[in-house]
Design a binder for this molecule. Structure first.
Ligand SMILES: Nc1ncnc2c1ncn2[C@@H]1O[C@H](COP(=O)(O)OP(=O)(O)OP(=O)(O)O)[C@@H](O)[C@H]1O
Length: 588
């Protein structure tokens, strides 16, 4: 039996998954963690691709590059061969590469593509200037920028801007004006331009529908309203329509602070043309984990497939170092008992905690893969890490296919042709670098820039990569968080096999482990002290905690000290264990 047939067979055993899989119209699947949403999505994509004649394709849209990578991996595992017009990527790259890049010029909006994407430093400066034009020096302006950014992302209406206060809208218009005067742009502006292009040009909509007659969306609850607009225009409005298959869970909505609107998932699922399917079986977590996690959000009716499971809390009274040592004890014990190292996940609230854990694990000889990184994941960071694996491990490249690398290199160089020079040039770079895998990561990246990688700064299609590359350079330069990193450290990132994995709580969505260890369960850290005055923010932190607790199949350990730590020697005041531990009945 093929892997696709086997996966379809699994779905057939579950009435609700089967109902979603076999629905012929638009479907929205709402379901708890571990209930098979991603499995359903990947299986349906693979199955649909078998029946769609080329050049018709599909667009599978996710929130993060990590989620896109996971979806691509799952679809490839189901035996789908590479073919044209298959897009599996983030909402940003869909808007920029598949809408703006091909259509902006012909729609008379070429100026959008002519602008450079502002770097983080440029955006910081322009925000400072814009705020300075509206507020006096003595005023407390700390919350202004996040409020402006949230409103821009949520495509706020005039009423919503007015509600935020007249000066907020004023800062926003100054910010946009200064950006434009310097021929710069940012992600939110690009996405708004993409929405406008689809909204205002019938032929753009028709061509997108012809190219992508099926649209799949993962984690719908966390996508910004702009994507909801695009999905609705392509799938639910007008005569010609793409078919929609979306999955999500409002209990896992964790990006509201950035301007996303989880209620859009509900609205979409209530649309007359949409079949709504609710799944209720959790295949991942053993029953005791589900019952503890369900207490957090008052979620009822979720059935666990396997018995047992434990959730335990431990007090590490002296702080994060003790939490790190305790995590190492647990990991050593689990590995000795037969758990594979990469089936252990350590989830940290902030980067500082994962740095301490990584140090302790390395000192104690426990192999570890630190994924809690100060830079984002996009095509360029994934490429650089894979290339580093080639440099450090020679031909084997730890399972990295060289022709895939060359294809990514061609994309980043913005070259069309299947140029032999690209292969040869990349080989040469690998050879030059192999001489010193102990070379600093920053020098390695600078060499790539000189070899042509700087092209990503000139093309809007790679604007997301340009911004990731800036973050990487900032982290690797002298004084940056990872200034000591070498090519060899880069090569280990993302290689979970045989290593305990470190993630931040905010980036552990979609992952699963046999055992997970959650650090930093302190009041003030989780929930965050900045959330404490706002019940909606506390509710979002609670959902984040719920996502973390539901990552493990068999055992969840939660560690707390009773006070938060923000950096070396920067401890918060004693605040006690997180309220979430009490809510889960883990402590009195
Ligand atoms: N019908 C099924 N039979 C067997 N295993 C299944 C079935 N459905 C899902 N699973 C398994 O359950 C686990 C969780 O599935 P998946 O990751 O797709 O869930 P999810 O709903 O996307 O979870 P989350 O929202 O927490 O990311 C996976 O290991 C998947 O293979």
């Amino acid at each position: 039996m093929s892997t696709l047939a086997a996966s379809i067979d699994d779905l057939r055993q579950n009435d609700r998954q089967w109902a979603a899989f076999t629905t012929t119209g638009h479907v929205v699947v709402m379901a708890p963690p571990g209930s098979g949403k991603t499995k359903l999505l990947a299986t349906r994509i693979a199955y649909d691709l078998e029946s769609l004649p080329e050049p018709q394709g599909i667009a599978g849209i996710t929130l993060t590059n990590a989620a896109a990578g996971e979806l691509r991996r799952r679809v490839a595992h189901l035996g789908v061969r590479p073919r044209a017009n298959v897009f599996l990527g983030t909402v940003h790259s869909f808007a920029i590469q598949r809408i703006l890049a091909p259509f902006a010029e012909v729609c008379g909006r070429g100026e959008v593509l002519g602008r450079q994407l502002a770097t983080r430093k440029q955006r910081d400066r322009i925000f400072r200037e814009a705020i300075g034009l509206v507020y006096a020096d003595w005023e407390d302006t700390r919350g202004i920028r996040p409020t402006v950014e949230r409103h821009r992302k949520m495509l706020a209406t005039e009423d919503e801007w007015a509600l935020a206060g007249p000066r907020i809208a004023e800062v926003s218009s100054h910010y946009e004006r200064i950006l434009a005067s310097e021929s710069l742009t940012d992600f939110d502006s690009l996405i708004v331009a993409a929405v406008d292009l689809v909204k205002e040009n019938e032929f753009v909509k028709d061509l997108l529908i012809a190219k992508y007659p099926r649209i799949y969306v993962d984690e719908y609850q966390d996508l910004a309203p702009a994507l909801d607009r695009i999905v609705r225009i392509l799938c639910l409005e007008g005569r010609a329509r793409s078919l929609l298959f979306a999955v999500g869970d409002h209990n896992q909505a964790i990006y509201g602070w950035t301007g996303t609107r989880p209620e859009l998932l509900h609205e979409l699922s209530s649309h007359l043309a949409v079949t709504r399917v609710e799944l209720n079986k959790n295949y991942r977590c053993a029953r005791n984990i589900i019952s503890h996690a369900s207490l957090l959000l008052n979620v009822g009716g979720v059935q666990g497939v396997s018995d047992g499971g434990t959730v335990k809390a431990f007090w590490c009274r002296t702080g994060v170092h003790e939490q790190a040592e305790r995590s190492a004890d647990i990991a050593e014990r689990e590995i000795a008992a037969g758990t594979l190292a990469h089936e252990i996940g350590v989830l940290c609230p902030i980067g500082y905690y994962s740095t301490v854990v990584a140090e302790v694990f390395r000192r104690r000889g426990i192999p570890v893969c630190d994924n809690a990184s100060p830079y984002g994941s996009s095509k360029v960071s994934i490429f650089i890490e894979k290339l580093a694996a080639w440099v450090a491990h020679g031909d084997s490249g730890q399972g990295v296919d060289f022709s895939d690398l060359a294809a990514d290199w061609r994309f980043l160089l913005r070259r069309e042709s299947d140029d032999i020079d690209i292969h040869v040039g990349l080989m040469k770079l690998v050879k030059e670098s192999s001489a010193g895998e102990g070379e600093y990561a920053v020098d390695f990246i600078k060499r790539l820039l000189a070899a042509g990688l700087s092209a990503i700064y000139k093309d809007p299609a790679t604007s997301e990569d340009a911004s990731t590359l800036d973050e990487m350079l900032e982290a690797f330069e002298g004084g940056g968080e990872l200034s000591e990193w070498t090519i060899s450290d880069l090569a280990h990132r993302g290689k979970r096999d045989g290593r305990v994995s470190l993630f931040t709580v905010a980036s552990c969505k979609g992952l699963e482990f046999d055992v997970s260890i959650i650090l930093g369960a302190e009041e003030g850290m989780m929930p965050h002290f900045l959330s404490l005055r706002d019940q909606e923010k506390v509710a979002e932190d609670r959902r984040k905690f719920y996502v973390a607790v539901t990552r493990s199949r068999c055992k969840t350990y939660v560690l707390f000290s009773g006070f938060a730590e923000w950096g070396p020697g920067r401890s918060g005041r004693p605040s006690g264990p997180s309220r979430f531990l009490k809510e889960m009945n883990l402590i009195e």
